[in-house]
Each structure stands twice: as structure tokens, then as C-alpha cells.
Unconditional design. Structure first.
Length: 225
């Protein structure tokens, strides 16, 4: 039997796995050379208002569309999610065609409005709209939570109380190193845990739920060498 090896500029291999709580139906394997090694810093200041920022793609998990765009917030450009969706609709904005494995991921965020839900957070090791990690802060519930979304099912892994207020900027940071996850708010470590569901590199992005309208700024990804 002949074994043929092919090398592609970008190696993305999708593998069907058994359907279980810990194994997504589709996994993504990224060639090591395609994993980002340099810092990525996005301030949105050079982006055009009224449209999705360059390099990002919109995703959601409901019939209605999410409404992500760059806006002016008191003289400072930010990216905002302004759709008033319902129930378990997840509004997703992903930094496209860039893959990260171990890193510190940071964003500034402000919960602006929402009656059913508020706030939002960061997603990482993202495969698609149904498979990724997420940490989110909700000022309505006064909690900060870490989840994994597997085959579209969101499972809470950790939850702690927090005192983040609506319409106030705060900073969320995630350190992902191997299978260790550390989540912080305003420089204070709030959650530390381990999970092996998504061991490979993936994309990173922003997330809100339902009718949560939120602003995000200064997205920074610093790879751990």
C-alpha cells in the first residue's frame, strides 16, 4: 500500500467523532506553522463606522441576524452588538483566518442594554458556531461564568459572583495554556480550572446572548511561547 503525504499552505482537517458531551462532531486540526506566534492588537480606531470591522465574520445561532458594527462611543471607536434577539440566540463575532492555541486573550467591554440578558464575553478555541469555549459576565445576574459549547449544547463549568455594573467599562482576560484556563475581571483572577474538550488551536472572538447589547474595545491576543 502506498502512503501519500500532502502538505498544504493551510492544513485544516475535519474529523467526524462520536457524538458525546466531551467530543464535538467536527474537530479542526491546524498545522503548527499556521498558529499565530505574534501579538494581535485591535483597537477599531481605523475601522469604518456602521459596518463589521475588517477581518471579522458574524455568526449566530438563531433565525434573526446579529447586528455587529463599529460605532463611535464618545469619540472612541468600538465594536457593538445591537440586535435585540431572544431566548438562547448566541450573537458571535469571530476574528477570521487566524488561529491561536495558548495565549492571553483580553478585551475591554461595556454592557449597554438588555432586559433578558446583558453583558457577554470572549470565545476561543472556536471551531464553528456550535463548538468553542466561552467566558461571559452578566451584570443582570451578577455572575461570571465559564462554559464549553459542544455540538450546540452549552455546559456551565464554573460560576462565581461578580459586581460588574451595567454601562461601565471593565476588562476581561483569559489565559489558555494547554488544558488550563484562567479567567479574570479587571485584573483579578476569578476562575481557574482545567478542560480537555478542545485541545487544538482555534479562532477567537466576541459573544453576547439574546438581547444583550454590548460594546467591545482593545481586543488583544498574546501567544504564550
Amino acid at each position: 500500500m502506498k502512503i501519500i503525504k500532502s502538505i498544504f499552505a493551510v492544513s485544516i482537517v475535519y474529523t467526524l467523532l462520536a457524538c458525546s458531551d466531551s467530543a464535538p462532531k467536527v474537530s479542526i486540526s491546524i498545522d503548527d506553522k499556521d498558529i499565530q506566534k505574534k501579538d494581535t492588537i485591535i483597537s477599531f480606531e481605523k475601522e469604518t463606522e456602521g459596518i463589521v470591522p475588517k477581518g471579522f465574520v458574524v455568526g449566530n445561532t438563531c433565525v434573526k441576524d446579529s447586528k455587529w458594527s463599529v460605532i463611535n462611543d464618545g469619540g472612541n471607536k468600538v465594536v457593538a452588538q445591537q440586535a435585540k434577539n431572544e431566548s438562547d440566540c448566541f450573537n458571535i463575532l469571530v476574528l477570521d483566518n487566524l488561529f491561536y492555541k495558548n495565549f492571553t486573550l483580553t478585551v475591554k467591554m461595556k454592557a449597554v442594554a438588555g432586559e433578558e440578558d446583558q453583558g457577554g464575553g470572549l470565545i476561543w478555541r472556536y471551531i464553528d458556531n456550535n463548538n468553542y469555549y466561552i467566558a461571559r459576565c452578566n451584570p443582570l445576574e451578577n455572575n461570571f461564568r465559564f462554559y464549553k459549547v459542544v455540538n450546540g449544547n452549552r455546559k456551565q463549568l464554573k460560576s462565581v459572583d461578580c459586581n460588574i455594573k451595567s454601562v461601565e467599562w471593565f476588562t476581561m482576560s483569559i489565559i489558555m495554556n494547554g488544558n488550563k484556563i484562567t479567567c479574570s475581571l479587571n485584573g483579578i483572577m476569578m476562575i481557574e480550572t482545567f478542560d480537555d474538550t478542545y485541545p487544538n488551536a482555534g479562532k477567537v472572538g466576541l459573544w453576547t446572548k439574546s438581547d444583550a447589547r454590548s460594546y467591545f474595545d482593545d481586543l488583544t491576543i498574546q501567544p504564550i511561547k
